[in-house]
Design a protein around this ligand. Sequence first.
Ligand SMILES: Cc1ncc(C[n+]2csc(CCOP(=O)(O)OP(=O)(O)O)c2C)c(N)n1
Ligand SMILES: CC(=O)[C@@H](O)[C@H](O)COP(=O)(O)O
Ligand SMILES: [Mg+2]
Length: 614
Amino acid sequence: MTEEQLLTLAQEIRDFLVESISRTGGHFGASMGVVELTIALHRVFDSPTDKMIWDVGHQGYVHKLLTGRRDQFATLRKLGGMAGFLKRSESPHDVFGAGHSSTSISAALGMAVARDLSHEHYHVAAVIGDGALTGGMAMEAMNHAGDLGTDLLVVLNDNEMSISQNVGAISKYLTRLRSDPAYMRAKAEIDQTLRQLHTVGEKVTKMLDRVKDAARHVILPISVFECFGFKYLGPVDGHDLPQLISVLERAKELKGPVLVHTLTQKGKGYSAAENAPDKWHAWPSSNKAKKAPSYTNVFAETMMELAEQDERIVAVTPAMLSGSGLTTFQQRFPDRCFDVGIAEQHAATFCAGLAANGKKPVFAVYSTFLQRAYDQTIHDIGIQHLPVVLAVDRAGIVGPDGETHQGVFDLAYLRAIPGMTIMMPKDENELRHMLYTSIQWDGPVAVRYPRADGIGVQMDSDFKMIERGKAEIVRKGSDVTILALGTMVDTSLKAADVLKKEHGIDATVVNLRFVKPLDECLIKELAKTGAPVLTVEEAALAGGVGSAIVELLADSNIHTRVKRKGIQDEFIEHGSRDEVLSLLGLDVPGIVQDVLDLVGRRASASHILDEVGI
Ligand SMILES: Cc1ncc(C[n+]2csc(CCOP(=O)(O)OP(=O)(O)O)c2C)c(N)n1
Ligand SMILES: CC(=O)[C@@H](O)[C@H](O)COP(=O)(O)O
Ligand SMILES: [Mg+2]
């Protein structure tokens, strides 16, 4: 394509994105901001021979369009449709999958080293945002890359935004780099001279490049990236396609690790998104009237009330301020709310430090992102038994973000930690009480809640303490016992109604409340009645609450038929939350069917015993 045609293509892509994402939903702002950058990368490099690795992958829609997936956009993030992030299984051009941030430089370096070891020749480029650059992994990878000195391109897509405003010293540093007038003037003058002398020949240009670098270091201190051992090119206007292409062409020729610093605008080309990039990170969902507040909103409101009452309470978020519902909290208590950037590991240990010095930190974190801070949760919080509250949002099935974001592993990984208390409320009102209770306790507590609206129960105005390790029977029956956790309590109650009405089966339903410590007395008592037991949880079965119950019964020598319902040994793809839950059988028909199987099997077994006269 000619330069003019490429510019037309950029406009067509933006028009397409607006039209398509407004219908399907999805991450919007980031992709709008990298239209020119993606075109330039595909122009300069030869994908998939050359490898492009996109950090997070939420900005990958343009890459998807340019690699033959236009027709799949109508199914974006829908059940069975195209994923919202990049996936190796989706296209040979998606050379490395993601969803979590700050992995791209490590992955790219691994690929570059594999290339070198195999004596192959192609380019490897990682594209990483200024937000993702605040993640520790990115620093670890640059540290390693600079040391190895292998050929690697890192494109820093600097739009001054994470999901919210980007935070931290690195972000301030990038702003200085972007706006330092002395540097920009010097750079412009040197670039101008270089262009004039370009005709003199390649040798002279290269020499002048070195002079330029030297001159820059006299005017400015060496950049952080150069300290890491990278050659630094930029800052370059990430919406100036010809300039981008020429800088990338130049980077392609350089040896060793190179960082190209591009300046872009999140949401570019769509004024609402340009003006409010935080709101337009993803296409905003329509404001339908809600039956009940979301669990996140209840968490947020409760935090405000609790913080009013107890000034030791502080909130910590790793770059998920609005997603975790803490925006108003930050406005109300600016000194007690910390957005630490995409730094889950640091956040966990930072909370441990706060707790060690008498504060009551609440670490508001998505279940999937807490995975990043597992060692810190054990080593810094768990072993020292520090009173950190883990407010584990997005626990269970999250819906359209799919397998990288499902919050299904937290029960397994938290349950293994000695001294950890783990709760999940049956409704939004119980979440209030659980948060209140967890603040009063000594030692680490995790309260997990889903990416969902509450069920519309009456909210108490006061707070109640919940007795540690106490479950509650919410329905009494005699034929079967359903031990349900969190969201599955309401579903189990509905299933119990169907079982009674349509099958004459009377179920006991228990709201477990605690995954750890379990209400051992109640569970054993119910199991001893001989009624078969169904455990139901919105979490991975391996290590979840059903496993805990089976372990308890086995260790107590209680022999009752038990069936565990939850997520099997597989990664769960995208789709709406309800669709996915139903596919997994974590809905009323699924529970009814499992109870019928359980009871039916018992009936047929006793029938056989009757026949043989035992
Ligand atoms: C480990 C991890 N923590 C948090 C997130 C949530 N998250 C997704 S995109 C994003 C912002 C990334 O900012 P940046 O890299 O600058 O990309 P931009 O959206 O600005 O293009 C965050 C915090 C994540 N994906 N992974
Ligand atoms: C890309 C990413 O990790 C986030 O943007 C995530 O998609 C947010 O999820 P919620 O919509 O659940 O806040
Ligand atoms: Mg950014």
